[in-house]
Design a protein around this ligand. Sequence first.
Ligand code: SF4
Length: 278
Amino acid sequence: MDPITETLVAYNKYLRDSGEPADLSRFPHEPHKPERLLSASDILLCDRKACYNVLGDLKEIEPDIPEPNQLLLDFRIGNLFEGFIAEAMEWRGALVEYQTRLSGGKRKGRLDLVIEADKIGASGLWIVEVKTVKSKDPKLLEDKYPKGFNIGQAQQYADWHPKHPTPVLFYALRDTFHTKLFSWDWEGNDCVVVSWDPLFGWTYKTIIPNLWNDLQQSMEAQERWLKTGELPPRCGESPEEHPFLCVSKNGNWATPTCKWYGRCWNTTNLEPFKFKRR
Ligand code: SF4
């Protein structure tokens, strides 16, 4: 078990034994302020969407597809989970920051937690980005994570933070609570990913080649739009090329899901459509 999961298990036991929940009131909620700034969480996803998101935040454009209530509840559950981790860290005396808003000049973001890892059996100052995954398959965490865009987000926070803590990603499967803790180093443009091994601590996992360049290119495309107004290209030649970003797919059918779909593809038809398999 990694040190974050171990702390959660111990805190859960403490609560079940009638312990008082840790008090997070010393971290007052900082309300979101709309600003003409790109978001750290939009790097390496769809660059065009990142720009629409800025205009949407400023209420200069309206979404074509409202965010489904289910998704909004999903965000809420993610926040509650993050709050539970923050409480556990506060209980251990490890919590330094919680939901701090940061700005790197061109970008905005809100980090999840900063912790003193020494207090939970590891070492150093960590920025912990918490991500929940909707799956029951623990193999997924081994095979498909961490995601380059999550690394990009956490790396930005670490770079902007005055103390430059070590960025780590903590993933949890929503259904089964399997967890996985990742960190990384850079070797040139390649990202060397390490994952937490209960016996040996940080252990080599894999290399994501050229991730540094990919992150820079994505950031530059988005920032160019801020300077010149030139929208970055769409993330594919057709919407169905990017099921994760533009549409959700079911068999041969695709349902538009990106909230800027109509504006982006210049269409008023937001109904599911049939596509040809390639
Ligand atoms: S519809 Fe697709 S290409 Fe257009 S902004 Fe959304 S994700 Fe990007």
